[in-house]
Ligand binder design. Structure first.
Ligand code: NAI
Length: 341
């Protein structure tokens, strides 16, 4: 019998509970040995105990050091600070790993196999921002300060190099804007070049590109990239872009990795436009669960899960609406579970 693995479960907001139910059903069919401790955060936290990141949730992750999380809603403009960002800070989850791989062929792009490694704790996400009032207008001026450290950049880029080499990848590309933000993103590029020259020269190809050129090239010729390493905000934007290359947000998982804790999720948000309709694609969260199985070294289960997803989508041709199919969350999940039996 496999030893039970304690893990925190956060169903999330919007479509979160729908895709989490689907994922739990599939993990149960796989006999995944997770011992779930269910907690709330985001809007569900505010509703349950007036706190978007309750102490009980933090305590649970402090104990398990492992979580599967649905999307959490964050108000735009004012309101509480993102619980996602706070979780990444609290558990020092410095690397955000976001693979984008074609599963359903025949889309706009075929044979995409890219990984975005996003810095997760620094940059413009630190929330050092404020307004300055002028002439009675409280929002006359907005100021934001980004912070990137040499140590933080180096740690993240080293993670990316190690990941790339361990997974047989061919090239690392640092994405930056060091021509304009010479200090803020220059330090990131500098740390990458230094690390490459010190430790990785000859082991893997390495280049760099500015974010604007990278965006254009990702649309024109995404096959030119392999592993992209970049700062927090650029990584956020590029991971949605690369999700678009493989069929959209319904197909893109993410792992937030720290030295001694990890949180797995989908790249997408709570999708309020389709919440409660039962039509969300659970694949992104399921692929997040597959990354979680890899993380706890249950590689055989991760491989079975990925194979079953592939077969459900490509042999059974059961697909949700975002992929042009007519299945809903439930019928897709049932088909996937049938593949696992
Ligand atoms: P979103 O990612 O929730 O949705 C963007 C579009 O993609 C929508 O049209 C949505 O219906 C579609 N979509 C997303 N996931 C889908 C799925 N699994 N199946 C089918 N269609 C899907 O982005 P949006 O609307 O900008 O953000 C909504 C909320 O989510 C915000 O409060 C935001 O802060 C939060 N958010 C949370 C994230 C997280 O918890 N990691 C990440 C991104 C956003």
């Amino acid at each position: 019998m496999t030893t039970p693995i304690p893990a925190t479960l956060i169903p999330g907001d919007g479509i979160g509970p729908e895709i989490m139910d689907a994922t739990l059903e599939v993990l149960a069919a796989l006999d995944a040995p997770f011992e779930w401790d269910t907690q709330v955060a985001g809007l569900a936290g505010v509703k349950a105990c007036d706190n978007p990141l309750p102490t009980a949730t933090l305590d649970s992750i402090r104990r398990t050091r492992l979580a599967l999380k649905g999307p959490l809603e964050t108000p735009s403009g004012g309101g509480y600070r993102s619980s996602n960002v706070r979780l990444r800070e609290e558990f020092k989850l410095y690397a955000n790993l976001r693979p984008a791989k074609t599963i359903v062929p025949g889309g706009r792009y075929d044979n995409i196999d890219l990984v975005v490694v996003r810095e997760n704790n620094e940059g413009l996400y630190m929330g050092y921002e404020h307004f300055i009032a002028i002439d009675g207008n409280p929002h006359a001026v907005a100021i934001s300060t980004g912070v990137n450290t040499h140590e933080g950049s180096r740690k993240l880029i080293e993670y990316a190099f190690e990941y790339a080499i361990a997974h047989g990848r061919k090239k690392i590309t640092i994405v930056h804007k060091a021509n304009i933000m010479k200090a803020l993103t220059g330090i990131f590029l500098e740390a990458g070049r230094e690390l490459y020259n010190e430790k990785y020269k000859g082991k893997i190809a390495f280049d760099d590109i500015i974010i604007d050129a990278c965006s254009m090239k990702l649309v024109m010729n995404p096959w030119a990239f392999d592993v992209i390493v970049t700062t927090n905000l650029f990584g956020d934007i590029l991971s949605d872009l690369v999700a678009g290359l493989v069929g959209g947000l319904g197909m893109a998982p993410g792992a937030n990795i720290g030295t001694d804790a990890a949180i797995f999720e989908a790249v997408h948000g709570s999708a309020p436009d389709i919440a409660g309709k039962g039509i969300a694609n659970p694949t992104a969260l399921l692929l997040g669960a597959a990354m979680m199985l890899d993380h706890v070294k249950l590689d055989d289960k991760a491989t079975r899960l990925r194979k079953a997803i592939d077969e459900t989508l490509n042999i059974d041709k059961i697909r949700t609406g975002d992929l042009g199919g007519s299945a809903n969350t439930k019928t897709f999940t049932q088909a996937l579970v049938a593949r696992l039996r």
